[in-house]
Design a protein around this ligand. Structure first.
Ligand code: 13P
Length: 247
């Protein structure tokens, strides 16, 4: 089984207006020829415009969340079908900001993952421990438990990615040491192999949490790191390209 193709995805979170599409254009121009896949996950309302803008440019567009149902009476929600219809090909699911702020459990994330598959979207399923859990020596247990609980068996043979994002590293400027990242990524890989057999070897395991141009090279070349999920540093083309070019 060949090594996973690396993926670098920018998660714009609740940032960006239509004027920010210029940034996406610059990212697409600068990312030509890089050694992996590049994606931008803008706020959902920009999905269609960004997909149109980036058509054929080699940069994928993704959602940041999706409902577990395809359609229905869920005021304010957006389904995976809608994201796909607007041109997305990926979707981030189970981000810690959703797990913490909207009470998303592993079961909810697994249901959302099934919805993404029905819509033909590639899910990027996020996992990660809190600082308290790390301090208590429970990081591996928490993360592998989230992997088992959030990834439905139906993912077998389908393209998907896992993103390891320690909650305490998100937006803080703090990152785990490289051996700490490798320890968690190896545990995720072992769990993926257990769940999906050989296919588990082809799943990219992204690292996320305060990735920036100055630490990207070391993180991206750590064992079992198959790319990055980037928040703050994906908002400015120069910073994001500094990370993408470290592949
Ligand atoms: P930062 O890169 O801003 O730490 O955010 C990481 C993240 O949450 C990506 O999903």
């Amino acid at each position: 089984m060949s090594a996973p193709t690396p993926l670098i995805a920018g998660n714009w979170k609740m940032n960006g207006l239509s004027a920010s599409l210029d940034e996406a254009r610059t990212i697409a121009e600068g990312a030509k020829g890089v050694a992996g896949r590049v994606a931008i996950c803008p706020p959902a309302i920009l999905t269609y415009q960004m997909s149109q803008l980036l058509k054929g440019a080699g940069v994928l567009v993704g959602g940041q969340d999706a409902h577990w149902e395809d359609f229905g009476a869920f005021t304010g929600d957006i389904s995976a079908q809608m994201l796909a219809d607007a041109g997305a090909s990926l979707v981030i699911l189970g981000h810690s900001e959703r797990r913490a702020g909207y009470h998303e459990t592993d079961e909810v994330v697994a249901k959302k993952t099934l919805a993404a598959l029905r819509a033909g979207l590639e899910p990027i399923v996020c996992v990660g421990e809190s600082l308290e859990e790390r301090k208590a020596g429970r990081a591996l247990e928490v993360v592998t438990g989230q992997v088992r609980g959030s990834l439905p068996a139906e993912l077998a043979g389908k393209p998907f990615a896992v993103a390891y994002e320690p909650v305490w590293a998100i937006g803080t400027g703090l990152t785990p040491s490289t051996p700490e990242i490798e320890e968690v990524h190896r545990a995720v890989r072992t769990t993926l192999l257990d769940l999906f057999g050989d296919h588990g070897a082809a799943v990219p395991i992204l690292y996320g949490g305060s990735v920036k141009p100055s630490n990207a090279e070391e993180i991206l070349h750590a064992a079992e790191v198959g790319g990055a999920l980037v928040g703050g540093a994906s908002l400015k083309a120069a910073d994001f390209l500094g990370i993408v070019k470290a592949l």
